[in-house]
Ligand binder design. Structure first.
Ligand code: B1M
Length: 207
């Protein structure tokens, strides 16, 4: 049954994932085992394939959707079983930027490796990020920017974190097509990830 879930998450087959999870739950399989061995393992494999260019963004998106769909069935059982997420991530696209496909994909991959995601949406001003940090007390804050005109907003937001006194309590991860490691160093981000699979790997390793 776990094999069925694993294979169907990789293939992005939502019906197969749903059926596999329902069968596993009916057979009294532990929800945490279903999550870790069936679903998270599958997303890690998708991430590995993406990094090795054995699959591409559409396959990763399709798998991530199947994972999300499976998580919606499993989530109430996980909460019942008191399975704690490995950490919380506040995630948003910076002010002025409406691109959210990459951010959503990063969020799904992070959720896939066990993080709880607080998605604050697109065109998120520094004040909104700060409010989310104060409310949700995350370990990580993820900022995405797709436009050369909005990428400086990342630096502005980090400065606002310092002014608000929240900078030291979070790990700032950034990404998006125009972003690179050099830019991340310049603006004082803690972590740069070039893609969703790297984002999931780096955050998990840092924990
Ligand atoms: Co826009 N757009 N767009 N656009 N758009 C780009 C980015 C652009 C490169 C197209 C081009 O000209 N070739 C260009 C930017 C040029 C530049 O700045 N130098 C551009 C432009 C100019 C614009 C507008 C200004 C167009 C206009 O109105 N004149 C406008 C701006 C609107 C705004 O934001 N204020 C605009 C609007 C739009 C749409 C609304 C039509 C749509 C967005 C829909 C949506 O997101 N819901 C759109 C789209 C779809 C694109 C392209 C075609 C695709 C972006 C995408 O989703 N890629 C894009 C061209 C391109 O990239 N080829 C383009 C797939 C996605 C999975 O990749 O987002 O890079 P990406 O995410 C990756 C990594 O970057 C990384 O992981 C992801 C997955 O591996 N990553 C992170 C991303 N965030 C991360 C965060 C992390 C870690 C990793 O940690 C927190």
């Amino acid at each position: 049954m776990l094999e069925k879930i694993y294979e169907n998450v990789i293939k992005g087959n939502i019906a197969g994932v749903t059926e596999g999870i329902q069968e596993a739950l009916a057979a009294n399989q532990d929800p945490s085992t279903i999550l870790k061995q069936g679903m998270i393992a599958a997303m890690e494999e998708v991430g590995r394939r993406f990094e090795n260019e054995e699959c591409y963004i559409p396959e990763m998106l399709i798998a991530a959707r199947a994972m999300q769909s499976g998580l919606s069935i499993l989530r109430p059982r996980l909460i019942q079983a008191n399975i704690e997420p490995i950490g919380k991530v506040v995630m948003g696209t910076v002010k002025g930027d409406l691109h959210d496909i990459g951010k959503n994909l990063v969020g799904m991959m992070l959720e896939g490796v066990g993080f709880e995601i607080v998605d604050v949406g697109t065109s998120v001003a520094a004040a909104q990020f700060i409010e989310a940090i104060e409310t949700h007390q995350p370990k990580f804050v993820g900022m995405s920017a797709l436009l050369t005109t909005t990428m400086p907003e990342i630096g502005t937001t980090i400065k606002e974190f310092q002014k608000a006194g929240v900078r030291d309590q979070i790990i700032v991860m950034i990404g998006g097509a125009p972003i690179d490691q050099k830019f991340a160093d310049e603006v004082g981000a803690d972590l740069y990830a070039p893609d969703a699979a790297a984002a999931a790997n780096k955050t998990k390793m840092l924990l």
